[in-house]
Design a protein around this ligand. Structure first.
Ligand code: TXA
Ligand code: MG
Length: 343
């Protein structure tokens, strides 16, 4: 493909023009990287199978991995999904509480959604983004937008326009620069199901909407840990995802680290804690902190993919990652670290 244009969306006064331009591109079947509150997505008109095929090609994404469909209104959910009577109530409650926001719901799909979007599955994953530009573009297009994260398949998700550029420049029509992503981790994915007493919420991917936040809506089943690359329920949740090019090792304790002479090591530190962390235990060639100084998981989540990319580009031979506490947002961070460490 030819040149990828960067469309600056930082000036609120110019927003209408940006939206109009991007809607024009999407209507013409082009693919455009778009900001969301979680990570940047690579958007196509979800009802245009040829446009969606371009998304798979640009990302080098295997066709068995379905895309998330972004809607601009509750009515649009009914256009693409058939919500079964027995889960209508819980779905409505979940949407009211977490939409627009980082929660994706897997629901039975309607025929108008091309098979390429859902990889032939009978379900469709839907979410409503809270990012003002994304919201305005979905509404302007009138059709839902299929948008996976705007990285090449299996690589680090982009949380800024410049990260998208590194992943996809030359492969897509344009990148809308809407600033850094507020959440920094991909949406939580759940499949609601009717249960005997309460609904069951199958968590297919951990994310910003945590297990603790979902418990009041039903019984939450956590995702199974996938050690192989075989058929997880969210087909994109393969064991080796979010992988930097540089090998990454997640270490429980520093004693397990046996450095090889002449090799350069980078540290992915949680908060630079001198006693509990690894920061002072070795002469690292490069150190990046997820939550500099204060150890806040929310800050670590926002910085996670950015920091991983920094280390990947730093020229070290291996990245050593400290564990973070596996509660709240830490569950999603540890899940990603585990996947990033699988070779
Ligand atoms: O925050 C997000 O969700 C971002 C932004 C751009 O919206 N998108 C994102 O998309 O993370 P992607 O393609 O990187 O991840 C989508 C995940 C994959 O693991 C895929 O397998 C799963 O959603 N998925 C999509 N449709 C599904 C379905 N019908 N059933 C189960 N899993 C599904
Ligand atoms: Mg992704």
């Amino acid at each position: 493909m030819s040149e990828t244009r960067i469309i600056d969306a930082s000036d609120p006064a110019a927003q209408n023009k940006v939206v109009e331009e991007v809607v024009g591109l999407l209507s013409a079947g082009e693919i455009v990287a778009l900001p969301t509150e979680t990570v940047y997505g690579l958007g196509a008109d979800a009802l245009n199978a040829d446009a969606v095929a371009k998304v798979f090609a640009a990302k080098e994404r295997p066709e068995f991995d379905p895309l998330i469909v972004h809607v601009g209104s509750y009515e649009q959910v009914d256009e693409v999904a058939e919500v079964p009577e027995e889960i209508k109530e819980v779905v409505a409650k979940l949407m009211k509480a977490h939409w627009p926001g980082p929660l994706t719901l897997v629901l039975p799909k309607k025929d108008c959604v091309p098979d390429i979007v859902t990889s032939g599955l009978p379900s469709v994953a839907v979410r409503m983004s809270a990012h003002p530009i994304m919201k305005a573009i979905v509404r302007g297009l009138g059709n839902p937008i299929a948008a996976p994260s705007a990285n090449r398949f299996g690589r680090i998700s982009p949380t800024s326009a410049s990260a998208v550029e590194k992943e996809l420049a030359g492969r897509i029509s344009a990148i809308v620069d809407g600033g850094a992503c507020r959440e920094g981790l991909e949406s939580t994915i759940i499949r609601p199901e009717a249960g005997e007493k309460r609904p069951t919420l199958h968590m297919l991917r951990s994310g910003p909407v945590t297990k603790e936040m979902l418990q009041r809506f039903g019984k939450v089943e956590r995702p199974k840990r996938n050690r192989s690359n075989e058929a997880p329920e969210a087909p994109g949740q393969l064991a080796n995802h979010y992988a930097p090019v540089t090998p990454l090792r997640l270490l429980r304790k520093f004693e397990d680290f046996k450095p090889e002479a002449g090799k350069k090591y980078g540290l992915l530190s949680y908060c630079g804690a001198e006693k509990t962390g690894f920061i002072n235990a070795y002469e690292w060639d490069q150190v990046e902190q997820l939550s500099p100084g204060n150890g806040k998981l929310a800050e670590a989540a926002v910085r996670f993919f950015f920091v991983l990319r920094q280390l990947d580009e730093s020229g070290v031979d291996e990245i050593i990652a400290e564990p973070v506490s596996e509660t709240g947002l830490g569950v999603a961070i540890m899940d990603k670290l585990r996947r990033a460490s699988v070779r």
